[in-house]
Design a binder for this molecule. Structure first.
Ligand code: SAJ
Length: 419
């Protein structure tokens, strides 16, 4: 861990003389790093997960999330006995709910993990405790949980309840956990204040106070903003393809305008957030969200567009060479320089080509194995492929030696511009 970050965590430790005990429900991509940071700043943390193997791995020091600083922070918290993983919740002062909210077939949010987590803490919950929901949720969820708690005997203001969405970016998670501003929305102003007080234990950014519904919508609105903006770039890339114009040059030129900032077009939009969260609003208010839905559709269409282009290149190769080409896919993660495959458009593209009978090999520098695909080291994937499809701009590709003349090269992530 860098000197600056160490100093930051030390200074945070001194802010709170009587640190609360924290029970974190969900030890995934957000819950686990949060538990490590809280343990590291001196709080007693019990992390709870329903997966026994995950709990055992954490307690043995095997951590699966690869993020800068995380291993170090985990080791410090764990060695000092401040973070232990368990299968069942323990009494605590603060309960953080950081479980997944996937969507169901109708695109409505599946809140079952949140409710299971809430129900699992009921036996240890006591008057004066604070519950904070961090999981992405449709507007109104926190208020509904308040009603649920009331129906279980925790009515009135016996429990404080607040919503505080996480905003960290995979790849820079620990830094953003500490540095980012946070939106904190209690179901009462007193609950907001209590939650703000808690976050002061480790957040260096501003703590912005609001109500729970506004905080819930803010989380969705932030990811929708990004989805819509990426959709615009993806649509422009398809327009450029039709017109024979280089989209990256176009964007470079347009972004010199002081009020224009196109994001990067890619092979689609993945990850567990931006490709999912907009649906939580679209499914609740379909009449009011036509632009948001269109953006989602365009980002999904970009995946199909890429598949269509690769198939066209494969057919052309067969026509000219008299044999099926080997298609090398570069990058399978949902974005550059991470090992996360969730909702990855690149992986979906490679698998679709494979399932349609094309000879597909792949390279993913951040993953060792993928069931359906044969993974090759980067340069071998270049040497063995007839059609090279660049899907994710991993930094390794910047140093590739690509014999441009003998290969068909399709770049959907702008990496070759950087070579
Ligand atoms: N992408 C593009 N072009 C771009 C930027 C991204 O095609 O210019 C693609 C990526 O390749 C990826 C997808 O979009 O497939 C999402 O990547 P991302 O880096 O934009 O975002 P995530 O999903 O890793 O994290 C987002 C962040 N939200 C915002 O930036 C508004 C993060 O701050 C949230 O905490 C996270 O979602 C979350 O958990 O909700």
């Amino acid at each position: 861990m860098g000197h600056r970050q160490n100093k930051l965590l030390r200074s945070l430790k001194m802010q709170n003389n009587t640190p609360p005990k924290v029970c974190i429900l969900g030890l995934g991509y957000i819950g686990f790093p949060t538990a490590c940071v809280l343990g590291d700043v001196g709080l007693e943390v019990v992390g709870v997960d329903i997966k026994e193997s995950h709990v055992n791995d954490i307690n043995k020091g095997k951590i699966k999330v690869e993020e800068p600083f995380l291993q170090e922070i985990y080791e410090r918290a764990h060695k000092q006995g401040r973070f232990i993983a368990k299968m069942t919740p323990e009494p605590a002062d603060v309960f953080l709910i950081v479980v997944p909210t996937p969507f169901k077939k109708d695109h409505k949010a599946d809140l079952s993990f949140i409710y299971k987590a809430i129900d699992s803490i009921l036996p240890v919950l006591k008057e004066g405790d604070l519950i904070i929901i961090e999981s992405t949720s449709p507007v109104g969820t926190t208020q509904e949980i308040k009603d649920h708690l009331q129906s279980r005997g925790f009515g009135g203001n016996r429990i404080s309840l607040a919503y505080c969405p996480e905003r960290v970016i995979p790849g820079n998670l620990v830094h953003e956990l500490v540095e980012n501003d946070r939106i904190v929305g209690g179901v009462t102003p007193a609950a907001t204040k209590k939650a703000v007080h808690f976050y002061k234990n480790f957040v260096k950014g501003k703590l912005l106070e609001t109500n729970s519904a506004t905080a819930e919508l803010a989380k969705l609105a932030e990811n929708i903003f990004r989805d819509v903006n990426i959709a615009l770039s993806n649509e422009m890339s398809m327009v450029c393809d039709e017109l024979g114009i280089d989209v990256l040059e176009l964007i470079h030129l347009c972004n010199h305008h002081p009020r224009v900032n196109y994001l990067s077009p890619g092979c689609g939009v993945g990850g567990h957030c931006i490709a999912v969260d907009p649906w939580f609003l679209i499914s609740e208010l379909p009449e009011k969200t036509s632009l948001i839905r269109k953006a989602r559709e365009i980002n999904l269409k970009k995946e199909e567009f890429v598949i269509g282009k690769v198939i066209a290149a494969a057919k052309e190769f067969k026509r000219t060479h008299g044999r099926d080409p080997i298609i090398s896919c570069f990058g399978l993660a949902y974005k550059p320089d991470i090992d996360d495959l969730r909702e990855s458009p690149a992986l979906a593209i490679a698998l679709r080509l494979f399932s349609q009978g094309y000879k597909v090999i792949a390279n993913e520098p951040n993953v060792t194995e993928i069931k359906e695909l044969t993974l090759f080291p980067t340069q071998e994937a270049v040497d063995n492929g007839d059609i090279l499809v660049f899907l994710v701009a991993h930094h390794e590709y910047k140093f590739l030696k690509v014999p441009a003349l003998s290969k068909c090269i399709l770049d959907y992530c702008g990496i070759l511009e950087k070579v």
